[in-house]
Design a protein around this ligand. Structure first.
Ligand code: NAD
Ligand code: ZN
Length: 242
């Protein structure tokens, strides 16, 4: 298959918890996913919060601390490199951490489709602020993330849909189990080439053009370096006389 000419390419990257695993932030489904023997798949729900809001807040406060203490890794930096080289670039991340931003990816090139763990918003209205109870309606404040069973922010969906209205030359899917239908749809729609980076098989594996079964911090920087080197060599060849 022809290599992508990055400077002319529209590139989409989709990331999940796996890209932050090597920064020390556990995934939900991995071996360190449980917290105090509790299942995140139950804690990260509206039902879990209704049942025990202070327990859910304790978990989120610990996760916030853990993320503050973590550093972006080589995979987060490779995404920034890719974004700078591409004609058009969008990152759709399911991560609620700020490691993509702290690696230097500009806000306008990124959509945090599952929200931002550092935001606090009202559980009933749209009030935001770092208080325990909403100053407008009195309901409990909650983390600004999308819980299992909740809908995505339509403004964020629009950004992704607009990007996908034109063909995508290269789609990278990194560190996500791709269990959500919209992730598989976005990864495959109008894409000419889909590369999966994940040590394990996922719901997207059989749709991928190429699969790299390695940790993101190893496979992604190498992939970006190789692509840039091939592009540079092709540019040189253009001017060779023979
Ligand atoms: P997920 O469904 O995205 O699964 C993690 C995936 O990462 C798995 O497929 C696993 O094989 C892969 N993986 C593990 N280590 C990897 C590595 N070093 N390199 C590449 N891939 C690797 O995520 P989840 O943990 O099941 O979480 C579900 C949702 O919960 C997320 O979509 C997100 O909203 C939230 N979450 C966010 C964070 C974060 O912000 N860092 C962490 C945990 C959960
Ligand atoms: Zn409110």
């Amino acid at each position: 298959m022809d290599d992508v000419d990055l400077a002319r390419a529209r590139v989409l990257a989709i990331t999940g918890a796996g890209i932050s695993a090597e920064s020390g932030i556990p995934t939900f489904r991995g071996p360190e996913g449980h917290w105090r023997n509790l299942d995140p798949m139950k804690l990260a729900t509206p039902e879990g919060f209704a049942e025990n809001p202070s327990l859910v807040w304790e978990w989120y406060n610990e996760r916030r601390e853990n993320i503050r203490a973590a550093e972006p890794n080589a995979a987060h930096r490779a995404i920034v490199d890719l974004a700078h080289g591409a004609r058009e670039f969008l990152l759709v991340t399911q991560n609620v951490d700020d490691l993509h931003a702290r690696a230097g990816l500009p806000n306008e090139k990124m959509v945090q489709i599952h929200g931002d763990i550092f935001e606090t918003r009202c559980s009933r209205c749209d009030f935001q602020g770092d208080v325990a109870k909403c100053e407008r309606c009195g309901a409990l404040m909650r983390p600004g993330v999308v819980w299992f069973g909740e809908s995505l922010d339509p403004r964020k969906i629009d950004i992704v849909e607009n990007f996908l209205a034109e063909d995508v030359d290269l789609t990278l899917v990194i560190g996500t189990t791709a269990v959500f239908g919209y992730i598989i749809d976005w990864a495959t729609r109008n894409s000419r080439r889909i590369i999966e980076i994940n040590p394990e098989a996922t719901g997207l594996t059989n749709r991928a053009t190429e699969v790299l079964r390695e940790p993101a911090a190893i496979a992604l920087p190498r992939f970006v370096q190789n692509l840039k080197a091939k592009n540079a060599a092709a540019a040189m060849n253009k001017y060779e006389t023979q």
